[in-house]
Write a protein that binds this ligand. Structure first.
Ligand code: PBG
Ligand code: ZN
Length: 327
């Protein structure tokens, strides 16, 4: 027994203190981005049925929510609008008094230091539910680009600090960068949904945002979940077109892609912990099948370990409270 040689990994696991000294990955409140859904009307606080504790909020209830986020030390929110009216080109997406534009102005007036990210897409605003203009049943790429640029400019004019285009048309970053620059917003960064897969994990969000396509699916513009190299090509074109951050979405089934895009780009990477990933944890924990806090902290830590710098998550407020408890 005396000569037996082997390495004792357990020496570094003996106490909580030593474990904390050798921990490689840390989760911080400033890593988080919290999504908010805004709607027209007054006194609206409707829970999204498939997303417990996520609400549609009218603007009169928005300040309280935003104040809570800011007081927790979460640096940024992303605003999703659920408009009252839709049409074939999604014109409520770029109206000066659209729900998103009104919400952005109000948030910036109330909490000027909170970073406001605007999701830039058309699908919540089009009557057909697609992310672009339709002709003969097809989503047209180039005719959609100027509408996206117009939407981004209107969001920047309302005071958005960052533009986050999620539509997956080709050339959308270039078109939006050009539109922003021409309008004088050269300093407004673009957080591009560069690598967005056609995922079944978006189901609860589509309930929340009323944005399901009325026909077909999004597979002609969002990526095939089977593709890794294509993710690098998508990231590369957005880098060339002037993106400042790259989003990989969803997160949990795509941790390998997060790592590769991080190593390939060196850019700030955002993992989007999407609605279906949230709902699964909520449902299982409500049934008492898993420990919500531990599962969520483990998942988010794995996203950072995979290379994410930031995590967009519906769990953000709970995560900050849990991190405080763990101190
Ligand atoms: C719309 C959009 C989607 C999400 C964010 N923006 C859904 C989709 O592409 O249908 C998904 C968010 C989530 O599931 O949490 N462009
Ligand atoms: Zn869309």
């Amino acid at each position: 027994m005396k000569d037996l040689q082997f390495r004792r990994h357990r020496r570094l696991r003996g106490t909580a203190s030593i474990r904390s000294m050798v921990r490689e990955t840390h989760l911080h409140p400033e890593d988080l981005i919290y999504p908010i859904f805004v709607v027209e009307g007054t006194n609206v606080k409707n829970e999204v049925p498939s997303m417990p504790n996520v609400y549609h909020l009218s603007l009169d209830l928005l300040d309280a929510e935003v104040n809570e986020v800011a007081s927790l030390g979460i640096p940024a929110i992303i605003v999703f609008g659920v408009p009252s009216g839709k049409d074939d080109i999604g014109s409520s997406a770029f109206h000066v008094n659209g729900i998103v534009q009104k919400a952005i102005r109000q948030i910036k007036a109330n909490q000027p230091d909170l970073t406001v990210i605007a999701d830039t897409c058309l699908c919540q605003f089009t009557d057909h539910g697609h992310c672009g203009v339709i002709e003969e049943g097809k989503v047209l790429n180039d005719r959609t680009l100027n509408l996206l640029a117009k939407t981004a400019v209107s969001q920047a004019e309302a005071g958005a600090d960052i533009i986050a285009p999620s539509n997956m048309m080709d050339g959308f970053v270039a078109a939006i960068r050009h539109g922003l620059d021409e309008a004088g917003f050269i300093d407004v960064p673009i957080m591009s949904y560069a690598v967005k897969f056609a995922s079944a994990f978006y189901g609860p969000f589509r309930d929340a945002a009323h944005s399901s396509p009325k026909f077909g699916d999004r597979k002609t513009y969002q990526m095939d979940p089977a593709n890794r190299l294509e993710a690098l090509r998508e990231a590369e074109s957005d880098m060339e077109e002037g993106a400042d951050f790259l989003i990989v979405k969803p997160a949990l089934s795509y941790l390998d892609v997060i790592r590769e895009v991080k190593d390939f780009s060196g850019f700030p990477i955002v993992a989007y912990n999407v609605s279906g990933e949230y709902s699964m944890v909520k449902a299982a924990s409500q049934n008492g099948w898993i420990n919500e806090k531990e599962v969520v902290l483990e998942k988010l830590t794995s996203m950072k370990r995979a290379g994410a710098d930031l995590i967009l998550t519906y769990h953000a407020k709970d995560v900050v409270r849990w991190l405080q408890e763990n101190k």
